[in-house]
Design a protein around this ligand. Structure first.
Ligand code: GLN
Length: 545
């Protein structure tokens, strides 16, 4: 029977609850338990798919085509367990379902209310499909005290009554700030935030205290006394040298043992953490370094490219090199060629990531051209592949007006909107100008790889792969022959041969564009081969310049 661990946050946001959940799950997994992590988001969007990356960071896409919170990316990277649609719920989705039921008349005349209807839906979501698991970790987004999170806390209260203390635990993540003028760590914000929780009827079992300085025994005892938990259950969480150091650090602080003790389970012995030790060794002891220029649009907020950032780090670990990432705003390349040269010449690899909209597109196309002509390793992802095809069409296939219909009307739609495609579930159809939410080509799709191509070698000789998609536009097959004459090889296609999935240039040291998002499947202990290959090429490049 699964046990449920709820994780709430107090005092401030951005305490790293997601990483905490992912790290605890990794520790329990290393002790041989089967785990799954779920995220409850209190906002009213049905999913984060339509939210700006500046507002909410990256949208993480699962194999089953859900557009989810970026924390699900942490969960997958730390545990290797593939996230699913059923692992992320928002208030918006719950209300959407409840209101649809109400309109159908399913409530048979009852008044529909937050308690019990919304809380029942939340509980159902938490409990669904968990029979074969040992632990389900449920992270509640936001901060305790927010109006929006009240139904979630109330659902936790009810679940704790229904399942009993032996099957539930509540971990509250708080901040213990250091006031430099006083030279002291302050426990009051933690006390207040726990009081807020208890006033809602839930008492935390463990407190994870984020702090910049060691938490002295006296402060730990004080927190335990005022917050009504065992002193051993007050766990300090100092800032870590890398996110991949967090599982080892939490283990050293006794987090996993304390959680097991709470459940009256065997807390003796040590989990097998060799995987994390190896990752950290690769991270801290690189044998070289490379610099990658990422030419994108949302470069002001690293969270907007969270998985990409991590996948590049993983590619570095695979090659035992440090990867310096230079985030470059594509728009600055729209001024003159000198800016392009001065910014890109020091780069050992150039990456154009996914993105939406016209802004910066000419700058991205200009960087593809630079990479192609100067023979710098190039990696184009999703929009990046589309830009590589437009660049190829314009400059090597004589289609001067090549563009994408995403950027407005064009007479040469080398990239165009598609309204029909095949999926595992059958023919998918969308109306042009229809709803934006949840209507892209989403989730895992198969691609057939061309024998003898570079990508087939990168994927270890595979002839078919499954990768995750999130886009509305496709490279237009009608322009394929021209682009091929210009040197682009279409080395990956959808099984029906209609949708270009991968392009490459055999006359270039490393030039690959992919219509999917390989960064979503990369893990520190299993770096994605495209990222390992790209960083290996950048390393060769660094030895040339
Ligand atoms: N904007 C492009 C499309 O919708 C690319 C999307 C992406 O890069 N994720 O097709």
């Amino acid at each position: 029977m699964a046990r449920y661990i709820f994780i709430t946050g107090g005092v401030v946001s951005s305490l790293g609850k997601g990483l905490m959940a992912a790290s605890l799950a990794a520790l329990l997994q290393a002790r041989g338990y089967k785990v799954r992590i779920r995220k409850f988001d209190p906002y009213l969007n049905v999913d984060p798919g339509t939210m700006s990356p500046y507002q909410h960071g990256e949208v993480y896409v699962t194999d089953d085509g859900a557009e989810t919170d970026l924390d699900l990316g942490h969960y997958e990277r730390f545990t290797g367990v593939s996230a699913r649609q059923s692992d992320n719920i928002t208030s918006g989705r719950i209300y959407q379902q409840i209101i649809a039921k109400e309109r159908r008349g399913d409530y048979l005349g009852a008044t529909v209310q937050v308690i019990p209807h919304v809380t029942d839906a939340i509980k159902e979501f938490a409990l669904a499909d968990t029979e074969d698991l040992d632990f389900v970790l449920c992270e509640i987004g936001g901060t305790v005290g927010d109006i929006e999170s009240l139904p979630f806390i109330e659902s936790i209260r009810q679940l704790r009554n229904e399942l009993g203390q032996d099957r539930t635990a509540l971990i509250h993540v708080t901040l213990v700030p250091y006031i430099s003028a006083a030279g002291e760590l302050k426990t009051k914000p933690t006390q207040h935030s726990v009081r807020e929780l208890t006033s809602l009827g839930v008492q935390p079992d463990l407190l994870l205290c984020r702090c910049e300085h060691e938490l002295p025994e006296s402060e730990r005892a004080k927190i335990a006394l005022f917050c009504n938990v065992r002193p051993q259950a007050v766990i300090q969480a100092l800032d870590a040298s890398s996110i991949y150091a967090v599982p080892l650090q939490y283990h050293a602080e006794g987090l996993d043992a304390e959680v097991l003790r709470h459940f009256r389970m065997d807390s003796e012995g040590s989990p097998d953490l060799s995987r994390w030790e190896d990752i950290l060794d690769r991270f801290h002891n690189p044998e070289g370094e490379v610099t990658i220029g990422v030419v994108g649009k949302y470069v002001g907020l690293p969270d907007a490219y969270k998985s990409l950032n991590e996948a590049l780090v993983h590619g570095g670990m695979a090659n035992r090199v440090k990867v310096n990432i230079k985030w470059i705003d594509a728009e600055i390349f729209e001024q003159d060629d000198e800016t392009i040269a001065s910014q890109l010449e020091p780069m050992h690899g150039i990456l154009v990531p996914g993105g939406f909209g016209e802004r910066g597109s000419e700058g991205k196309i200009a960087s593809v051209r630079f990479a192609r002509e100067r023979k710098v390793p190039f990696f184009g992802i999703c929009l990046g592949m589309q830009m590589a095809c437009i660049e190829g069409a314009r400059n090597t296939a004589g289609v001067a007006g090549a563009s994408s219909t995403e950027f407005g009307e064009t007479s040469e739609p080398v990239v165009g909107i598609i309204t029909e495609w095949m999926s595992k579930e059958g023919l998918q159809e969308r109306a042009e100008g229809g709803d934006l939410g949840g209507t892209m080509r989403l989730g895992a799709y198969e691609a057939k790889l061309k024998e003898g191509s570079r990508v087939s070698e990168i994927y270890g000789g595979a002839s078919e792969i499954f990768e995750r998609h999130r886009h509305r536009y496709e490279v237009n097959n009608a322009y394929r022959a021209g682009m091929e004459e210009g040197g682009l090889v279409f080395s990956g296609m959808s099984p029906d041969g209609l949708l270009p999935e991968i392009v490459e240039r055999p006359d270039h040291p490393w030039f690959v564009g992919v219509q999917f998002h390989p960064e979503l499947k990369s893990k520190p202990f299993d770096p994605h081969p495209l990222f390992s290959g790209f960083i290996a090429a950048a390393l060769r490049q660094s030895r040339l310049v």
